[in-house]
Ligand binder design. Structure first.
Ligand code: SF4
Length: 494
């Protein structure tokens, strides 16, 4: 099918508003898919091969066992990083070898920590977020000196643990404590590592030049999968062996990029896979250049030696936390895997968590909440029932207004692929029959003793169709503007 912008304009000029919106959305979606298809087939993918090149190496039997109906579709999913090669059981050994080599991510994702605050860094595939998305958010760490008094450490951990912020259904919080050996005392280092590992959710960066001190920390905290910091030109063999023996990720520190390449090659030659790079610079201009160079080298020049995430230390670059915070802000944007601060304070941490959320949100997908029945307040069988879409902004605004009304309610969230009410309605994803079907299936009838439902004012036109499909129900049209919900619910209750 050939689709052009002119066809779009011609088609939409001759229709009523709703039909033209639907036609527009259809054609726009078709154009988007066509362009995506062309780019996947014609352009080099994140594997360094085009969709067609990958397709040529597949069996071409279209058996569908990989979860998609054709080998071409599988090739395109492989090219865009949405599928794993192992999903096809029929790839020849030769093709598997070629594809496996090409499909290794240019920047290795490295997993650190265990439990609720475990995370991955690296795994990025683009220089700029608008090209695709960034995947693994920068982890935030705060520094602790190994000679800290046990009581002070308790206090710090408790204080830092309290920094958790709920936003758009997510829990924003830091991930790591960086424990730094300051006196070479293995027992105090191990005691602090044990306390952090066992008594907090935080992951750990264990920092020492002395491999024996580091080993003492590892012995009591290995279950938390700490990052070991750091292998240098002087201790690379010992540090490499310790990380390899314990199966832990290892940071590598050099004085410059050339030194990093040499150390990274040495350690990967020893069989280590999970490395994190520190270029050694503690001056912002040089560090910024290093971060860009380390991101660019694997993505643009295929340099595997630098294909790892980075760790940075604003805590060693400034004399106060405010300046550290500004430096951290820059490093989150460009392209630090881990940022280590000297402390966490709410006023410094919160903006960094929000910046991180913004940068690491996929620009290609609207944020959504899960379809289902949400209780606002403590609703009972007589409480009002409202329905809206699963665009997260819609959910949070509507649920916030209902909460503000202090009238306990049931809020039905219908999956409209993250579209807001108006857009979902125009695209036919919030049509009367679909909403009626959702109301019947979602289970709300088991929770309430009435059959009354409030629909968004912007979707008033679906009420007729809903009445046909839900003949026992009373459909009430709610306000268009969410800010009017409290008054609306209060009037209804009165
Ligand atoms: Fe093709 Fe392999 Fe998928 Fe079968 S499982 S459709 S052979 S890619």
């Amino acid at each position: 099918m050939h689709i052009s912008g002119y066809m779009l304009v011609d088609a939409t000029q001759q229709m009523d508003q709703r039909t033209s919106q639907m036609v527009y959305l259809f054609f726009a979606e078709a154009l988007r898919h066509r362009q995506a298809l062309i780019s996947l087939i014609d352009q080099e993918s994140i594997m360094g091969l085009t969709g067609i090149q990958i397709f040529k190496m597949l069996p071409k039997t279209n058996c569908g066992e990989c979860g998609v109906p054709t080998c071409l579709a599988f090739a395109m999913n492989l090219a865009s990083g949405k599928a794993e090669l192992d999903a096809c059981p029929y790839v020849s050994d030769e093709a598997r070898e070629k594809l496996a080599e090409a499909s290794a991510p240019p920047i290795r994702p490295v997993a650190i920590g265990a439990g609720d605050r475990a995370f991955k860094v690296g795994g990025e595939t683009v220089m700029y977020r608008h090209e695709k998305t960034f995947y693994n958010p920068t982890a935030l760490a705060a520094l602790i000196a190994s000679d800290i008094d046990a009581g002070d450490l308790d206090k710090k951990l408790k204080e830092w643990n309290a920094f958790q912020y709920e936003r758009v259904g997510l829990n924003l919080r830091p991930e790591l404590v960086a424990l730094k050996d300051v006196n070479g005392d293995a027992s105090s280092f191990a005691a602090a590592a044990k306390k952090i590992a066992e008594e907090s959710e935080f992951g750990l960066v264990l920092m020492s030049d002395n491999v024996d001190v580091l080993k003492a920390g590892v012995d009591v905290s290995a279950f938390k999968k700490p990052l070991l910091y750091a292998a240098t030109a002087d201790n690379a063999d010992d540090m490499g062996n310790l990380a390899k023996e314990k199966g832990l990720p290892l940071a590598v520190k050099a004085d410059d990029i050339d030194g990093l390449i040499a150390l990274s090659d040495k350690l990967t030659g020893m069989g280590l896979k999970d490395l994190v790079l520190d270029s050694g610079s503690r001056e912002i201009k040089q560090l910024f250049e290093d971060q860009v160079a380390i991101r660019r080298a694997p993505l643009k020049a295929g340099n595997r030696s630098l294909g790892f995430p980075t760790i940075t230390f604003p805590c060693e670059m400034a004399s106060n936390l405010d300046v550290e915070t500004m430096l951290s802000s820059l490093l989150i944007a460009k392209y630090a895997g881990i940022v280590v601060l000297s402390d966490f304070k709410g006023e410094n941490l919160f903006p960094l968590l929000l910046e991180r959320l913004n940068i690491y949100t996929d620009p290609q997908r609207p944020m959504t909440v899960t379809e289902g029945i949400y209780e606002i307040g403590a609703p009972d069988e007589n409480s009002p029932v409202l329905v809206t879409t699963n665009f997260s902004l819609t959910y949070f605004i509507v649920s916030g207004e209902i909460e503000g009304s202090r009238i306990p309610s049931w809020l039905l969230i219908m999956d409209t692929e993250g579209l807001s009410v108006m857009t979902a309605w125009a695209a036919g994803k919030f049509a009367g029959d679909a909403v009626a079907m959702f109301v019947k299936k979602c289970g709300i009838v088991d929770k309430v003793a009435h059959k009354q439902i409030i629909i968004p004012g912007y979707a008033a036109s679906i009420s007729g169709e809903m009445e046909e499909d839900l003949p026992d129900w009373q459909i009430t049209i709610g306000p268009r503007d969410a800010s009017l919900i409290p008054k609306f619910l209060k009037d209804l209750a009165a």
